[in-house]
Ligand binder design. Structure first.
Ligand SMILES: CC(C)(COP(=O)(O)OP(=O)(O)OC[C@H]1O[C@@H](n2cnc3c(N)ncnc32)[C@H](O)[C@@H]1OP(=O)(O)O)[C@@H](O)C(=O)NCCC(=O)NCCS
Length: 301
């Protein structure tokens, strides 16, 4: 992708994602103008300049597929992936991913992504290419008016806003609990040039960071994540803090379906399920030991 392609790629992301969701779930994902989707190009080009692959129909010179690639020291992450609806099922996404996989294999790194368990097209695309679903996540949200009613937890006293100095400790916690390294992402969110990010950390009694949670509020993406914590209670305190940082909004967040006490607590707050996702990894994978909360903006985990 070149800088001049950004508007076309934003349009492709908008048309592709909305067409799929409209047809299969009877609702669009993006409800504003297509230009809202330029956020994907902007954030991902800031983080990984020149790493978005495009598929072009040479007969019309139109962009018919896109795939953002996020190389990190421990892995290569992929997403968002889109094919134009007129070209669904013609091998566009597979060819884009073949290229990403070949490049990752050449440097001996696993490829990671998060895919919808309710989308057989993307699930099949990835599993045929050798990705393995490793964890299931519940996508949840709280009606906006409920956030202010969530009771504080004992851990809430140890939650504070993150500062740029926290990035190294956040990255090393994720490295320890999840086995991946992406410090530059955390430095980027905490710099917050666009004013769309927010971040909280949970400190231990000793003052170490034992959890963190980022959030984004933008017309194309209102979500909590990424985040990592050692315990379910810590994750709940961070979710509460970031929901309170987004008054009047109803961000979506992904929690591991296996974290029983966290899921139960979220239901007690009034949370609702809206989708199910799998983390899919092609290559080496380490079972996370804490609570991991992936997101779609940015899909770098
Ligand atoms: C998901 C999406 C990217 C797929 O793109 P695409 O270009 O249509 O996919 P492709 O044609 O390259 O590949 C689909 C593969 O899945 C296979 N497939 C599809 N349905 C299948 C099924 N039910 N069982 C087994 N395999 C299946 C196809 O055979 C093909 O594999 P092959 O090339 O080895 O034959 C496209 O539907 C899209 O853009 N959707 C909207 C946005 C979205 O959901 N993006 C994914 C975000 S994670």
């Amino acid at each position: 992708m070149e800088p001049d392609d950004r508007a076309s790629v934003a349009h492709l992301i908008y048309a592709s994602t909305n067409a799929w969701y409209q047809k299969n779930r009877n609702m669009p994902i993006f409800t504003g103008p297509p230009s809202d989707c330029e956020i994907f190009c902007r954030v991902y080009e800031d983080l990984d300049p020149g790493r978005c692959l495009l598929a072009v129909d040479v007969s019309t010179q139109t962009i018919v597929g896109s795939c953002f690639v996020h190389p990190r020291p421990t892995h290569v992450s992929v997403g968002i992936v889109n094919t134009h609806p007129d070209y669904f099922g013609s091998g566009i996404a597979r060819r884009l991913l073949d290229r990403v996989i070949a490049e990752a294999e050449a440097i001996n790194l696993p490829v990671r992504l998060v895919s919808s368990a309710m989308n057989l097209d993307s699930f099949s695309l990835y599993t045929r290419l050798g990705f393995v679903p490793r964890m299931a996540f519940q996508d949840m949200f709280l009606p906006a008016e409920k956030a202010s009613e969530i009771p504080a937890l004992p851990e809430s006293e140890r939650v504070r806003p993150a500062t740029p100095n926290d990035a190294p400790a956040m990255a090393s916690l994720e490295r320890e609990l999840v086995g991946i390294q992406r410090q530059k992402d955390y430095e980027y969110f905490l710099r917050n040039r666009d004013g769309i990010w927010s971040a909280s950390v949970l400190e231990s009694e000793r003052g170490d960071i034992e959890g963190f949670l980022i959030s984004i509020a933008h017309p194309a993406s209102t979500m909590l994540g990424p985040g990592v914590t050692r315990t379910d209670d810590g994750a709940a305190a961070l979710i509460r803090a970031e929901l309170l940082n987004r008054p009047g909004l109803s961000p979506v967040f992904l929690v591991p379906a296996e974290r029983e006490s966290l899921v139960r607590r979220l239901y007690s707050w009034g949370a609702r399920n809206c989708e199910i996702h799998f983390s899919q990894i092609r290559g080496a994978w380490q079972q996370p030991t804490g609570v991991v909360m992936p997101t779609f903006m940015p899909e770098t985990g």
